[in-house]
Design a binder for this molecule. Sequence first.
Ligand code: SF4
Ligand SMILES: [Zn+2]
Length: 320
Amino acid sequence: MITEIGNQTIEQHRPPKEELDANKPYLFLHEEEIQFDGSLKSVNTIFLTNKECPFKCVMCDLWRHTLDMPTPIGAIPRQIEYALKRLPKSSVIKLYNSGNFFDGRAIPFADYKEIAKLLRDFDHVVVENHPKLIGNKISDFKNMLSGTFEVAMGLETIHPVVMPKLNKQITKVNFSTAVSFLRDLDIIVRAFVLLNPPFLKGVAENREWCLKSVEFAFDTGVSACSIIPTRGGNGIMELLEEGGDFNPPTLEELENVYDDSLRLKKGLVYCDLWDLEKFSSCMECFKPRRKRLETMNVTQKILPRIECSCHGISETDRDN
Ligand code: SF4
Ligand SMILES: [Zn+2]
């Protein structure tokens, strides 16, 4: 059993990074998302190519699509232009940068004006950032925007033993301080919460702590929570899985905690559907179950479960 993992061990186990072009985003997509006023709006999400996040969380694989060097000035506006030329119109834009928007080595401060100019037609802008990186640059950027502004931050889990082990270097206090700071600036906040983070064992415990973390996030003042089923794929997570310190959730476990979180009725809850097939073990019901979660994401209503013979089979039986 591994008790503590630091930056060096995490980096040692990494597979190679992807080769990236600093003038192109590594991905962009168009989707629909329910908003705080209950309206359904079209959203363009651009995954920016930029300097790697200075934190090294145990479960993170976002570094795979990042640069080792500081992002050159002008590259981010070029990436946004590149994606917007190829995306349909939308009213909301998410600029996700596999790290922290307010890290000047990732998104150069000198580019803020140009970025804001490119975003002038959007009603709402969402970026992501680490809870410890709060400061004046946030209000500087917000004041350049014409629409509303939202910051997404990883809370991950509030489990007292697991939270410090994730190497994210935050506490519950850091998170709630960051939320208060942003709310005082009239910035909307969303939280990322993990289901089955590494080092947390037991199906019931994982469900309980995921729900507790969602509740805590809402109590600090966030308006939305995204539940992320924890994935392997970054090297160290495979090692943890082999040693029994990481158990990826099943689709059913994700469905359970998503239902629980919607039942709280404390705010919007999204279920992250990226690579969802990784959590499914039945080809027969996967598609309708994915569709159910997709619909719940946009309606925020709990739908009846999809019936399938596989639900009667235990996980151990399925593995054999
Ligand atoms: S703060 Fe976010 S991007 Fe940075 S290492 Fe942690 S999970 Fe990855
Ligand atoms: Zn099935």
